[in-house]
Write a protein that binds this ligand. Structure first.
Ligand code: ADP
Length: 212
């Protein structure tokens, strides 16, 4: 069984893009807590209604709510996942360790290192396909036809509400508050791999596959 992969990195550091590539090449299951929360909001569930304002403001949802959502969407005993967006702090890292304890495979954390100054532009220019989740960027990854998803043909790419400048700044601040202690946590467990996430997505993918 493939190791459980825990992706750490700032918003916009390319975790989702690389996860999609690993799903295709190695058969991982990608689980993004942000995507799960947005799906709850779209479905209009009680949970979705409760967290909607937090997401729009770029604030964190409480740890246990996100954990429960993760639990109900994963079979961590017998499947290998890429955890994207969880953990976001050391308390969540401990919760994830407990969740993964019965898993048949080991786990490792990959930190997507990137200069935060470059990120704001990357995020503001990010667009995604609401049908298949493919991620585009107006700066360096345009779809072949304007506003049409090259992967599934859906017409109408979306700009996430929380990808607006002021909210992006808030999300980056929360990331800065937590990343050092998270990196330290996985370093101590000897389970941390760092990759340079500032280069093209092909070369980031190469560094990522070199870890295996
Ligand atoms: P990004 O990492 O690009 O900021 P995500 O899609 O991972 O975006 O998350 C979007 C939002 O969902 C976060 O700003 C936060 O409100 C909420 N969220 C996602 N994961 C978590 C988590 N592990 N704990 C708390 N809130 C979360």
């Amino acid at each position: 069984m493939l190791p459980q992969l825990i992706f750490l990195g700032a918003p916009g550091s390319g975790k989702g893009t690389q996860a999609a590539l690993l799903v295709k090449s190695l058969g991982y299951i990608h689980v993004s807590t942000g995507d799960l929360l947005r799906a709850e909001i779209l479905k209009g569930t009680d949970l979705g209604i409760r967290v909607s304002k937090l997401l729009s403001a770029g604030a964190l949802v409480d740890d246990l709510t996100v954990l429960e959502l993760l639990k109900s969407n994963c079979d961590t005993v017998s499947r290998s996942y890429i955890f994207d967006g969880f953990p976001r702090n050391v308390d969540q890292a401990r919760l994830l360790d407990e969740l993964l304890a019965p898993s048949k495979s080991s786990s490792m954390a990959v930190y997507f290192k990137i200069d935060l100054a470059d990120l704001k532009n990357r995020i503001i220019n990010r667009r995604s396909c609401p049908a298949c989740g493919e991620i585009y960027n107006l700066m360096f990854k345009l779809p072949a036809s304007e506003n049409i998803c090259s992967k599934c043909g859906h017409n109408g790419l979306v700009h996430r509400k929380d990808d607006q400048v002021s909210v992006v700044e808030k999300r980056l601040d929360i990331f800065k508050e937590n990343i050092a202690s998270l990196v330290f946590y996985y370093e101590q467990k000897k389970a941390l791999f760092e990759i340079d996430a500032s280069s093209s997505s092909d070369s980031v993918f190469e560094s990522l596959t070199n870890i295996f």
